[in-house]
Design a protein around this ligand. Structure first.
Ligand code: SIN
Ligand code: FE2
Length: 217
């Protein structure tokens, strides 16, 4: 067989998959942003390092987090909120780099949400075993804007449920470069991430990085 024939073998995974009304999985959408995105992330993490925050109930999260944008999502003894200041440094969060902003806006358009203007990007780092329990993203002021979620590094099982916590979630394998957009009728659907399986990603190493873009204010 020639290289041409190999090249012609399509990816078995469909490039777009509807998950619910208003929710779409865009496989590989972030790939073309990768070469600019990874150094931009390295810079953000240099200014605002990952930290494992505590929930209002006093539990330390297994996922380590940081933010970029005009506001960042934080959790501590007083609950969940968006704050313009990184509590660890006392300084504003690093600005959202143009490459991340563009990725989020273009993914939102591909998902049917024109005019998305994200002001916050929560950056989650999962090491093997880290997980995120089912929750709603509901600390934002305006639920008309979607959530745009970008996955990098090790694959993870994303759990996407329904409007009620008890709704049985469906499981989606998210790989490096995959983007999920959810909004409209599914904006407040419960979602989470199963414990990360161990592995080594060629570019990102032994971790998964997830970026969620939000319009918080
Ligand atoms: C989140 O809900 O903030 C994270 C989702 C993910 O890591 O895929
Ligand atoms: Fe979330």
């Amino acid at each position: 067989m020639t290289a041409d024939l190999f090249d012609a073998v399509p990816d078995a995974r469909p490039s777009r998959e509807a998950m619910a009304e208003g929710a779409l999985l865009l496989r590989g959408f972030a790939k073309s942003f990768e070469s600019e995105m990874i150094p931009a992330l390295r810079e953000i993490v240099g200014q605002a390092p990952f930290r494992r925050m505590f929930t209002s109930g006093g539990h330390q999260m297994s996922v380590a987090m940081t933010n970029c944008g005009s506001v960042g999502w934080v959790t501590d003894g007083s609950g969940y909120r968006y704050d313009g200041i990184d509590p660890n440094s006392g300084r504003p969060w690093p600005a959202m780099p143009a490459v991340l902003y563009q990725l989020a806006v273009q993914a939102a358009i591909a998902g049917g949400f024109d005019g998305f203007v994200p002001d916050a990007c929560l950056i989650n780092r999962y090491e093997p075993g880290a997980r995120m329990s089912l929750h709603q993203d509901k600390d934002e002021q305006d639920f008309a804007a979607p959530i745009v979620s970008v996955s990098l590094g090790l694959p993870a099982i994303f759990l996407f449920g329904g409007p009620k916590r008890a709704d049985k979630p469906r499981r989606y394998r998210l790989e490096h470069g995959d983007v999920v957009v959810w909004g409209g009728p599914s904006r407040l659907f419960f979602h989470g991430v199963a414990p990360l399986a161990d592995g080594e990603h060629a570019l990102m190493g032994r971790q998964r990085i997830n970026l969620t873009f939000r319009k918080a204010r």
